[in-house]
Design a protein around this ligand. Structure first.
Ligand code: NA7
Length: 873
């Protein structure tokens, strides 16, 4: 069928890969009436299931879920024989799909695509195949899979071995008979763990070389789960829809049980149920916090280690098989059938490469630091250049001659995992930045393909020719992807999710961990906002709605969703007493914050009575006095007390090493302006005078506050300057209220929906100060004289109505020559930065706050040269 190169073939779309994604892509493109050519270097359909034919190869998602849902009739006609089908059965299924929809006529097998180049004037891709043949197309779609490029054996002497060598990822079609052979298996990921028990049945000796012990649970394979079949029978569509909006692409109800809060009995019960069920999404969902909290994770990890010890007879081998050094789930966990039991067989041996590394592979075996082994055969189960290997290996060149490999030299960059700037009309299915390997691939693939098909249809309907993400949108998605990973334990592991298994590969978290449903919503939102973040062009037309689809921190978004779903009455519709009661009730079940050395309550005498305070002293050395921070809680001068900001004070104390004195000033409407501000100043004077008694270092005193507390802290600094003392060495103002002008853009942008609303700010001001007083610098410190004030750290949150006045205060201080550090709480709300141990993404912001406090103190030493520098970013 080869045509001369001078007459290039032309189709609407070229797809590379005829696995799950390529097959369905072809089906959908045909439905749109587009001409399509699919290329695959394999001899038949199947993708990963064509190549990975090693003994024991199975799906590790129940196959009733790992299945196409686009064709209800197909679902009726195909029945999986087992809960986890074998590779031959899955391959058979894909052949069945290809036959049923007559897909093969547009697929060319045994044909590799060697290069693809964007021809800008023609607005076409030029695809080159192995034989030098060129095919032109408008759209180029890589359906090349996430685990398709095997990692080359990066072991000294690998090429020297004289006997047969097999790779699990390129297994001979005719199979391998290991009978009577001395076999080495290198690698204990899924492929090793699935194949080892079966190889052990034939081999006369089997030696397993393990670099990292892996978490694996028994698959308990058998018939398809009755419960899933029942649910499918009762409502196939509802079941499939639930999968589409689930976290992992399988309808599993996420638990809200926290490991720390559960009794030992509940913990065991939940773990055993998941163990017996034998499903990855079950064992990853024993506790809500096991993916983010090291202590919770260790509870599950230790229970798995107990199981390993109970299974493996030899205690030393058992210990070597116990995974350590990475959190459970941060490397792909495995499902096995008799894996650990295999090590009880007399002819099977484990070599722990952590203790005894491989020195070299030799002509007839393997030499480790401690021993020489003779082998007839070596099996490599050493994994893949995951997620990016096939994409950057394919010589894809976009606009201006930039190759994908060059563009991604520091790590992949995509918008939605689907497209990348500089490569118009180039689509990736299950690309980096999409849920892919963290999800049920079948569900994710259908979503991608449907999205791409919808996109191409829309382009055609609107008479447009090209689509490409904007740089802003792509950078935003990359950031969101990393933000999602950063709140989990995943980035701590040397996993292939992080690119850490391939020497020299950039260390970036590759898949999107925000969940299948959240991802689908983001993709849908992009479309409903007129393809937000894409530039689309056509004859004489350019359409672009630029923007970032997700800029809120993922955990903040989850909390916002939860809070909004509670349907609480807006605070500003309540009386002050009811608002206080509501605030106290919502704080009841929150985590307490970190342990500190000592917490004592006391009172501060003021002319009109006393103010309660709570003192937090850090734990541990050094003994003796510490710098002192006088802290004022938030709550709009109306709400809040010593309890409301207790976790935040603990956090600031533990992180900064300072003694924190939290002061409860008098509240409005009972006592209005300027009482709160004057109370704050009085408290600072008292703390300064009593520094030694409080465990402080005289002269090392800073103020801090959140929201209205930051307002009174800022005012206290101005009053202290005017009064000639006390000397304040720094002011930490967290999301401060510093002006009574509620017309800045952030009051509009963030005025509703983020807990602190513009309406609530108005309510606070109405309670606190008469309109005539609101221009007074003691109410609106931004309007005061700012010269000579202490160095400041100002935290401004993106989704805060007060954001712009915080920024304005930083600029004004800077203009008045006051050293100031402006910390942007990216993706945060007014309240989220203070939610200790609830909002994990707030921790780095709080670490910056503590660092700012620490920076204030050396500056208090007259001789010190380490005065904080002006730094406004
Ligand atoms: P994996 O999960 O990447 O496993 C590869 C294994 O090979 C793993 O234990 C590696 O140890 C080990 N390995 C890799 N290179 C070496 C060298 N040089 N020396 C010793 N050991 C080595 O790949 P799989 O094919 O098992 O599974 C891939 C996915 O397919 C799986 O997760 C499922 O999603 C399906 P390491 O952990 O890097 O120390």
């Amino acid at each position: 069928m080869n045509k001369p190169a001078s007459v290039p073939e032309q189709v609407d779309a070229v797809v590379v890969g005829a696995g799950f994604s390529g097959l369905y892509m072809l089906y959908r493109l045909r439905q749109l009436g587009l001409s399509v050519k699919v290329f695959d270097s394999a001899g038949d359909v199947g993708g990963t299931w064509y190549w990975n034919r090693y003994p024991g190869a199975r799906c590790d998602v129940p196959t009733t879920d790992y299945t196409f849902s686009f064709d209800p009739e197909l679902e009726k006609e195909w029945t999986w024989s087992e809960k986890y089908a074998t590779q031959p059965e899955i391959l058979e299924y894909l052949r069945f799909v290809a036959d049923r929809h007559e897909l093969r006529s547009d697929i060319e097998f045994s044909t590799a695509v060697t290069a693809a180049r964007w021809d800008e004037p023609a607005k076409q891709w030029v695809i080159t195949t192995g034989g030098g043949r060129e095919v032109r197309c408008r759209h180029y779609i890589m359906a090349t899979g996430c685990l398709s490029v095997a990692k080359s054996p990066d072991i000294e002497g690998a090429e020297r071995f004289a006997g047969p060598v097999y790779f699990t990822s390129r297994w001979p079609h005719e199979g391998v008979d290991f009978t009577g052979q001395r076999v080495a298996v290198i690698g204990t990921g899924s492929s090793g763990i699935q194949s080892i028990p079966l190889i052990a049945r034939q081999a006369s000796q089997l030696t397993v070389f393990q670099r990292t012990a892996n978490f694996s649970i028994p698959a308990h394979n058998g018939p398809a789960p009755a419960e899933t079949l029942r649910q499918l029978d009762e409502g196939r569509d509802a079941y499939r829809d639930a999968a589409r909006w689930s976290r992992g692409g399988v309808p599993v109800e996420p638990t809200d049980v926290l490991a720390g809060a559960a009794s030992e009995e509940v913990r065991r019960e939940r773990f055993e149920a998941a163990w017996q069920q034998g499903e990855l999404f079950g064992i990853l969902n024993v506790f809500a916090d096991q993916g983010v909290n090291p202590a919770a994770n260790d509870i599950v990890a230790e229970m798995i280690r107990e199981k390993i010890r109970a299974t493996v007879n030899d205690p030393e081998t058992a210990e070597a098989l116990c995974p350590r050094g990475h959190y459970f789930g941060t490397k792909r966990p495995c499902l096995d059938t008799g894996y650990f039991e295999t090590f009880n067989l007399p002819h099977v041996r484990l070599v722990d490469l952590r203790k005894e590394p491989i020195v070299s592979i030799t002509e007839d075996g393997i030499e480790t630091a401690g021993e020489s082994f003779g082998f007839d055969t070596i099996v490599y189960a050493t994994g893949f250049d995951a997620m990016t290997g096939a994409l950057v290996g394919a010589d894809v060149t976009g606009r201006d001659g930039l190759s994908l490999k060059e563009k991604w030299a520091a790590g992949p960059s995509t918008y939605l995992g689907l497209m990348t700037t500089g490569f118009p009309n180039f689509f990736m299915l299950t690309g980096p930045g999409s849920p892919s390997v963290l999800s049920n691939m079948a569900v994710s693939i259908e979503q991608h393909v449907d999205w791409v098909a919808g996109c191409l249809k829309d382009l055609r309907d609107k008479g447009l020719e090209t689509i490409e993400p904007t740089e802003l949108a792509e950078a935003g998605w990359n950031q969101h992807n990393q933000d999602c990973a950063a709140i989990t334990l995943h980035p701590t592991a040397n996993s292939w999710y992080m690119g850490a298994n391939v020497p020299g590969k950039p260390r970036v978290f590759l898949p999107y961990i925000g969940g299948v449903g959240a991802y689908r919503q983001a993709c849908d939102d992009v479309v409903t906002q007129d393809y937000l973040g894409f530039t689309r062009t056509g004859p004489g037309a350019v359409r672009c709605t630029d923007g970032v689809i997700r800029s809120m921190q993922p955990d903040v978004a989850m909390v916002m969703e939860f809070v909004n779903a509670l349907g609480l009455p807006p605070m500003e519709t309540l009386s002050a007493a009811d608002a206080r009661a509501l605030m106290a009730a919502t704080a009841e079940n929150r985590p307490p914050g970190p342990e500190v050395g000592e917490v004592t309550d006391g009172v501060i005498p003021i002319p009109d009575g006393t103010l309660p305070y709570r003192l937090y002293r850090p734990a541990g050395p050094p003994e003796g006095p510490r710098p002192l921070v006088v802290y004022f809680h938030g709550g709009g001068w109306v709400l809040g007390n010593l309890d409301s900001d207790d976790p935040l004070c603990r956090d600031l104390c533990a992180r900064s090493g300072a003694v924190v004195v939290s002061v409860n000033y008098r509240h409005a409407p009972e006592v209005r302006f300027p009482a709160a501000a004057l109370d704050a100043f009085a408290a600072v004077q008292w703390a300064d005078a009593n520094a030694i008694e409080l465990g402080g270092i005289p002269g090392q005193l800073a103020v801090a506050g959140w929201s209205a507390g930051a307002n009174v802290a800022a005012v206290a600094c101005q009053l202290a300057r005017d009064a000639g003392g006390p000397r304040i060495t720094g002011q930490l103002l967290i999301c401060p209220a510093v002006d009574s002008d509620l017309t800045r853009p952030s009051y509009e942008e963030n005025g509703d929906g983020y807990i602190l609303t513009t309406a609530l700010m108005r309510w606070f001001w109405d309670h606190y100060a008469d309109p005539a007083d609101r221009g007074d610098p003691r109410a609106a410190p931004l309007r005061g004289d700012l010269a000579g004030l202490p160095p400041a750290c100002i935290v401004a949150a993106d989704f805060d109505p007060l954001r712009d006045e915080g920024v304005a205060y930083a600029r004004a201080l800077e203009a008045a020559a006051v050293p100031v550090r402006l910390t942007r709480a990216r993706g945060h709300t007014h309240t989220s930065v203070t939610m200790v141990d609830v909002i994990i993404s707030g921790a780095p912001v709080r670490a910056e706050m503590a660092a700012a406090l620490e920076d204030f103190f050396p500056a208090a030493e007259p001789q010190s040269s380490a005065a904080p520098q002006a730094h406004v970013s």
